[in-house]
Design a binder for this molecule. Structure first.
Ligand SMILES: Cc1cc2nc3c(=O)[nH]c(=O)nc-3n(C[C@H](O)[C@H](O)[C@H](O)COP(=O)(O)O)c2cc1C
Length: 200
């Protein structure tokens, strides 16, 4: 093989959503992933039902189910992450937190947790207060896990904005612009990122 090997496509992992068929947080995460894909990314989504297959995280149980391994390996191997949650009681959902806690498996990696990677955050809630508090709480978690929350967070008031058409497509221009801006920031960061071991 020549030294001019093709750069691999950036891999962006989405996780989030709820059990609801028309989960708005899942749809917005999928919209960010679609915009990342339009910019050349390979994407994979772990939606509400996929996250529901994860057992409750138990730090004393080292065995992993296939569902757990799939999520851990996808995040281990990725160049960027999108996390979406509904605002539940002013914070993010237990379903999403359980998935994030499982990523403790990346604790001993050379690239620990979300190290060196952009993390786009998405919240939908019935009110603006939970949009703000939930987004802020998720940013704190990403910082704790050494990730880089993108400057653009997407917070959608699912009662006032109703950003989807009858077919589930994103129809609100303002939300679509925020989604696109977040995807652009994820991809720009992922393409510029210098592997941690190369930083003096
Ligand atoms: C258990 C529960 C708690 C909720 N708590 C809040 C809340 O504190 N503030 C708020 O604005 N909306 C709250 N909501 C509304 C959801 O955040 C909102 O409907 C969200 O868009 C649902 O996301 P989904 O469409 O992905 O299921 C709550 C909903 C549920 C089911």
């Amino acid at each position: 093989m020549s030294g001019l090997s093709m750069a691999r496509a950036k891999r962006i992992v989405g996780l989030g959503g709820t059990f609801r068929q028309a989960s708005s947080s899942e749809r917005i995460v999928r919209a960010v992933l679609a915009d990342c894909a339009a910019l050349g990314a390979q994407t994979i989504m772990f939606d509400g039902p996929a996250l529901a297959r994860l057992p409750h995280f138990n730090p004393e149980n080292p065995t992993r189910t296939d569902a757990e391994s799939a999520l851990v390996e996808a995040v281990r191997d990725c160049d960027g992450i999108v996390i979406g949650s509904p605002g539940y009681h002013g914070g993010y959902s237990g379903l999403v937190k359980n998935a994030v806690d499982l990523l403790e498996d990346l604790r001993a990696d050379a690239r620990v947790y979300f190290d060196g990677r952009p993390v786009g955050l998405v919240v939908t809630a019935a009110g603006w207060q939970a949009c703000g508090t939930t987004l802020s709480a998720m940013r704190d978690v990403v910082h704790a896990m050494r990730g880089w929350p993108t400057p653009v967070g997407v917070a959608v008031n699912s009662v006032e904005q109703r950003p989807f058409g009858p077919d589930g497509a994103l129809t609100d221009d303002g939300v679509a612009r925020a989604v696109r801006a977040q995807a652009q920031q994820i991809m720009a960061f992922a393409m510029a990122a210098v592997p941690a071991e190369n930083v003096a």
